[in-house]
Design a protein around this ligand. Structure first.
Ligand code: HEC
Length: 113
């Protein structure tokens, strides 16, 4: 049993300290997105639903660009501008994560039905 413990603990530690690509749902939670978009991307009074994003977003990369500078994207997009008026709080630029991590999050959001 002791041997099993010494083997399993390091494996568990490796898994939780980010070996391999991050889990998009964990990124969504860690970055505080549910506060304004709900735990299941359903939206709430602070932000719109994030379902069916593929209608308006052509690629994960465009979503990443948006996440890095939401204000600029909103200013340059009539649909976002109109939608933005319904919400009191504004999206803040996402920092502290790599573009690769944000692309994983964006891909996940684009595939949420
Ligand atoms: C403080 C509240 C708030 C937080 C936190 C927040 N958002 Fe938003 N988000 C908004 C609002 C408000 C809009 C609508 C802006 C607009 O339409 O221009 C929006 C719009 C979006 C859109 C575009 C939706 C569309 O209709 O095309 C995406 C994608 C998005 N958010 C993703 C995220 C992700 C991912 C996170 C976490 C990293 C996040 N948001 C965190 C408030 C928030």
């Amino acid at each position: 049993m002791r041997l099993l413990g010494t083997l399993i603990l390091p494996i568990a530690a490796l898994a939780s300290f980010g070996c391999g690509p991050p889990d998009p749902e964990t990124l969504y939670l860690d970055l505080g997105c549910p506060r304004c978009h709900g735990f299941h991307q359903e939206g709430n009074r602070y932000g719109p639903s994030l379902k069916g994003l593929t209608e308006n977003w052509v690629s994960a990369q465009t979503v990443v660009t948006y996440l890095r500078d939401p204000k600029k994207a909103v200013e340059n997009d009539a649909r976002l501008k109109a939608q933005d008026r319904n919400y009191e709080l504004k999206m803040q630029p996402v920092t502290g994560k790599s573009d690769e991590d944000l692309a994983i999050l964006a891909t996940f959001l684009l595939t949420t039905e």
